[in-house]
Design a protein around this ligand. Structure first.
Ligand SMILES: Nc1ncnc2c1ncn2[C@@H]1O[C@H](COP(=O)(O)OP(=O)(O)OP(=O)(O)O)[C@@H](O)[C@H]1O
Ligand SMILES: [Mg+2]
Length: 306
C-alpha cells in the first residue's frame, strides 16, 4: 500500500489556488523530498496531509485513510513536525513528552520507556528535566521530532525541519532523519534547500505556484541532467569562426554559442567531447582549455522555478 496518495489535490484560499491538482504517490519506505520556493504550497499540502486543512477538492490518503475524515485512525500511522512547534515552556522536556504521549495514545505502561528511548536517541537525556523554555533552537527541533515519533509512526512528515539552525544543527537533524529512514520509516520532508534533500532523500517532487512540476527518483532526475551536458572550450587566435562552422555539423551537437575566445557547446552526451575537440584541432584551432559543464540539481531547480 502507498504511504501517501494524492489525486487532484487542490486547496483554494478565496481567489488564490495555493495547491493546484496535485497527483502524487509515495511508496512505503521511501524518503521523499518536497521541494519548492517560498509560497509554493508546501505547508498547505502538508496541512492537508495531516488533516489540519480540508481540501477544496481532490483526494489525500495516508495508508489508505483520509486524514481529515478518518483522522483518529490515520493519525496512528504518521507523526508530524510542523515548521513551528510550540511546547509548554515552563514544563521540562520529559513532562512535555509525557503529556503529548498521553494525547497520542501511547499506552501508559510503555510511556516512560519510549520517552527515555527518544530522549536518548536525540541526545537530550542530560537536559530531560530542564524547562523547555531554556532550550536552544537546535534542542527544540530535536524535541519536536521526538514528539512526532512517540507512537512509533510508519510515516514521518516534516515541514522544513532545519530552518534557522546553524550548519552543525542542520547536520545533526539530517543525520537523525537519515537514521530514522534507515529503520524503515517513510519520510516526507519539505525544504527549499536542494543539497539537503539530495543528502536525505531518494525521491523528490518539485512544487511551484501550487503545481507539481517534476517528480521522480533522484537517480532519474540526475540521469536526465547528465544527458544535457555542455562543453566550454577556450581557443587561441583567429580560428574561431572556422571552427564554429565545422562544430555545428558534428552529430550530437545541439547548440553553439561563441563569446570572445570561448565556445560553449551543448552536446547530447559526453561521448561527443573528443569529436568536438578533434574538429576544432582539424580546422586549425588552438585549444587552451576544455571544461565539461554538468548542470547540478540546483541549476535545474532554479530554472524550473524561476
Ligand atoms: N490560511 C491561509 N489563508 C490564505 N492564504 C494562505 C493561507 N495559508 C497559505 N496561504 C497562501 O498559500 C500560498 C502557499 O503557502 P504555503 O505556506 O503553503 O507555501 P510554502 O511552500 O509552505 O512556503 P514557505 O517556503 O514560505 O513555507 C501562499 O501564497 C500563502 O500566502
Ligand atoms: Mg511553508
Amino acid at each position: 500500500m502507498n504511504a501517501i496518495e494524492m489525486i487532484g489535490l487542490t486547496k483554494k484560499f478565496g481567489n488564490l489556488t495555493a495547491v493546484d491538482s496535485l497527483n502524487l504517490t509515495v511508496s512505503e519506505g521511501v524518503s521523499f523530498g518536497f521541494l519548492g520556493p517560498n509560497g509554493a504550497g508546501k505547508t498547505t499540502t502538508m496541512r492537508m496531509l495531516v488533516g489540519q486543512l480540508r481540501p477544496t477538492s481532490g483526494i489525500v490518503k495516508t495508508w489508505g485513510l483520509d486524514p481529515f475524515t478518518e483522522g483518529i485512525e490515520a493519525k496512528k500511522y504518521f507523526g508530524f513536525v510542523p515548521s513551528f512547534y510550540s511546547f509548554y515552556d515552563s514544563l521540562s522536556a520529559r513532562e512535555n513528552l509525557d503529556f503529548l504521549a498521553s494525547l497520542s495514545q501511547v499506552p501508559r505502561n510503555e510511556r516512560k520507556k519510549r520517552i527515555d528511548e527518544l530522549l536518548d536517541f536525540f541526545d537530550l537525556s542530560e537536559r530531560a528535566d530542564s524547562k523547555v523554555g531554556e532550550f536552544s533552537h537546535g534542542m527544540m527541533q530535536r524535541l519536536a521530532i521526538a514528539q512526532a515519533l512517540l507512537a512509533h509512526p510508519r510515516l514521518l512528515i516534516l515541514d522544513e525541519p532545519t530552518v534557522g539552525l546553524d550548519p552543525k544543527g542542520q547536520h545533526e537533524i539530517r543525520e537523525f532523519i537519515k537514521s530514522i529512514s534507515r529503520e524503515g520509516v517513510t519520510i516526507f520532508i519539505s525544504s527549499h534547500i536542494l543539497s539537503e534533500v539530495e543528502d536525505m532523500c531518494n525521491s523528490v517532487g518539485i512544487i511551484d505556484k501550487g503545481r507539481l512540476i517534476r517528480v521522480g527518483s533522484l537517480e532519474n532526475l540526475k540521469a536526465e541532467l547528465s544527458s544535457r551536458q555542455g562543453l566550454e572550450i577556450r581557443i587561441e587566435g583567429e580560428s574561431l569562426q572556422q571552427s564554429l562552422n565545422r562544430i555545428e555539423r558534428v552529430e550530437g551537437v545541439l547548440g553553439l554559442k561563441a563569446d570572445g575566445n570561448t565556445i560553449s557547446v551543448k552536446v547530447s552526451s559526453r561521448d561527443i567531447t573528443p569529436l568536438v575537440v578533434a574538429t576544432i584541432v582539424g580546422s586549425g584551432g588552438k585549444i587552451t582549455s576544455v571544461d565539461e559543464i554538468v548542470p547540478t540539481l540546483e541549476d535545474v531547480y532554479l530554472k524550473l522555478t524561476e
